[in-house]
Design a protein around this ligand. Structure first.
Ligand code: SF4
Length: 440
């Protein structure tokens, strides 16, 4: 792609029919709300980012007179970036949709622009991407490691399932099981007690397709423990994480996980046992805390009941249960973080930011993991009400969190916090306060 150097503003780029990146330097690049992108909003397209054509969507921008113009369809379609872990999207891509067009697949589309001969994305760096860059997941080596491991453990269905995720979805945490390093995945639950609008493993509505298959079997205790002990024992900065994108809600298998934690901790005191969860069941989590769980990551899109309920469509629990689970984690000394599903125009609205700051203070969460929500804006908005206050921008959200909750770290992935009971004294720990039903 040859881009002209001498243009005063970030300009429109698009995907040509042959898949190249085209430019329209006479058009000023804009975001989904038609707001021009300025150099301050942009950073060079980071290593590990990929570009995504937005089919049936015209690239749009502003001409010299400030009028909105589109790039003809014959020239190509709008373009977006998909960011690597370590970067948080700040603006959604601007485009003009051809009527009656299919929704976009579930990915985290980010606004892009051309500027001084290079491609830029509307994003901020929020964590160190080093352990997540695609180039360190060498494909040939991964295939060999998978082959060897599955040959050595042919009966282990957990490994076979995550081999599929590693090779077919390039999932870093599944791949790490085979590279024997960092955060490794373990999926255990086919069912879920939520119906998230943007669920990546199961979509019920006609015309919406989840990008990943959901686990279809119930692993045995042995399969979970053997995979876990091997990972905790051998991986540097080992984290063994229940709750993956390829399953439902792990807490539906809380009893199995409780037994697995006790069995693993009976064999190794190394590494971190973590759960990624919708934190819907404080009682079940209390049992995992007592069993020796080291850390938890609770998923949320908001600290406001209305927004949470509209997005998660919970079955048999409420946002109050999520908060209770985090309060109990603090009481138990379990390191807690939230997986904050970030969508510009939603989480960065004044009332959402205020609620989030109070939520962090109340629950004692230690880390906010910024997660670019993978969804077509035109799938989200009809299902999740826009907050009444105006969006301040994702940079303002981050700035406010840093100012108002300086004790809370901001990042993009879980930390190897290590074993809560380094001497293996989980069983000796005094039982925690019995959990009363959550006041709704
Ligand atoms: S909690 Fe997870 S598995 Fe369940 S619906 Fe939401 S995204 Fe899907």
């Amino acid at each position: 792609m040859k881009m002209s150097q001498s243009v005063a503003h970030p300009y429109v780029v698009y995907s040509t029919p042959s898949g190249d990146v085209g430019e329209r330097r006479s058009l000023r690049a804009v975001d989904a709300d038609g707001v021009p992108l300025t150099p301050r909003d942009l950073l060079p397209l980071p290593e590990g980012a990929s570009l995504s054509m937005l089919p049936q969507r015209l690239a749009v921008g502003l001409d010299a007179a400030g009028a909105r113009r589109g790039v003809p369809a014959a020239r190509g379609w709008a373009l977006a970036a998909l960011l690597p872990i370590g970067y948080t999207r700040t603006r959604l891509p601007g485009y003009e949709k051809i009527p009656e067009t299919e929704p976009l697949p579930f990915f985290g589309y980010t606004a892009v622009a051309g500027w001084r001969g290079r491609l830029y994305a509307a994003a901020v760096r929020t964590d160190d991407p080093a352990c997540w860059l695609p180039r360190i997941y060498d494909r040939q080596r991964l295939e060999r490691l998978v082959r060897e491991r599955l040959a050595a453990e042919p009966e282990n269905r957990v490994l076979a399932h995550h081999a599929h995720c590693a090779l077919d979805y390039s999932c870093p945490t599944a791949s790490n099981l085979f590279f024997r390093r960092w955060e490794g995945a373990v999926a255990v639950s086919a069912g879920c007690n939520a119906r998230c609008v943007g669920c990546i493993s199961k979509q019920e509505e006609e015309g919406l397709v989840s990008p990943q298959d959901r686990l279809l079997f119930l692993p045995t205790l042995e399969e979970i423990v053997e995979t876990g002990v091997a990972h905790l024992e051998q991986a540097p900065d080992a984290i063994y994480s229940f709750g993956q994108g390829c399953e439902g809600e792990p807490l539906l298998q809380a009893r199995l996980i409780e037994r697995a934690i006790r069995a693993m901790r009976a064999r190794t005191l190394r590494g971190t046992i973590n759960i990624n969860t919708n934190a819907s069941n404080p009682r079940a989590l209390q049992r995992l805390y007592e069993a020796g769980l080291d850390s938890l990551r609770a998923s949320t899109i908001s600290a406001r009941h209305e927004t949470y309920t509209a997005y998660y469509r919970p079955i048999g629990y409420t946002f109050a249960d999520v908060k209770r689970s985090l309060l109990l984690a603090r009481e138990a000394g379990v390191y807690s973080s939230i997986n904050l599903l970030c969508f510009p125009g939603l989480i960065d609205c004044e009332e959402e930011i205020e609620a989030l700051v109070s939520f962090l203070h109340e629950t004692g969460v230690r880390l906010v993991q910024m997660r670019n929500l993978n969804i077509d804006p035109e799938v989200l908005w009809p299902r999740v009400p826009r907050p009444s206050s105006r969006p301040l921008g994702i940079p303002a959200l981050i700035e406010t969190l840093r100012r108002e909750a300086p004790e809370v770290e901001i990042g993009n992935f879980s930390r190897p916090v290590g074993p809560r009971f380094p001497t293996g004294a989980a069983d000796a720990a005094p039982p925690l306060t019995p959990v009363a039903p959550t006041a709704q």
